[in-house]
Design a protein around this ligand. Structure first.
Ligand code: HEC
Length: 103
């Protein structure tokens, strides 16, 4: 293939292949873990006294999912572009099974 292209083009194509490869690799890890979503989004209000304490109450995941998507009185709703379905599922599961003790 390099016989038909200059060396520069060839190197460019190789670089492009690497970039595409790296980006596909990252796409698989794009969704944040439940703990990370909790720490970066929920904690901001829920561990500062703005919202009620969520940790250790083991609220059912279906309830948390509903509140996050639809909002609940002073609790803002979050769209799928902010927290995707998979991340919401993970953060709800994280809250439900959080029994403290670093679990
Ligand atoms: C901007 C601040 C804010 C953020 C960010 C926030 N919340 Fe809330 N949340 C609130 C407030 C305030 C309430 C209390 C609503 C009320 O009772 O008026 C609440 C209530 C809730 C409730 C109901 C609690 C109960 O006692 O029944 C759940 C569940 C909840 N939030 C989950 C979450 C999750 C999960 C996240 C992260 C994805 C999150 N919240 C992020 C402010 C926030």
């Amino acid at each position: 293939m390099c016989r038909y292209f200059s060396m520069k083009t060839c190197r460019g194509l190789a670089l492009l292949a690497v970039v595409v490869f790296l980006q596909t690799g990252q796409a698989a890890e794009k969704e944040r873990s439940g703990e990370l979503v909790y720490q970066t989004i929920c904690q901001y209000c829920h561990e500062t006294g703005v919202g009620p304490e969520l940790g250790l109450r083991q609220l059912p995941a279906v309830y948390t999912t509903h509140v996050v998507r639809h909002g609940f009185r002073a609790m803002p709703a979050f769209r799928p572009t902010e927290i995707c379905d998979l991340e919401l599922e993970r953060v709800a599961a994280f809250i439900e099974r959080n029994k403290g003790g670093g679990e």
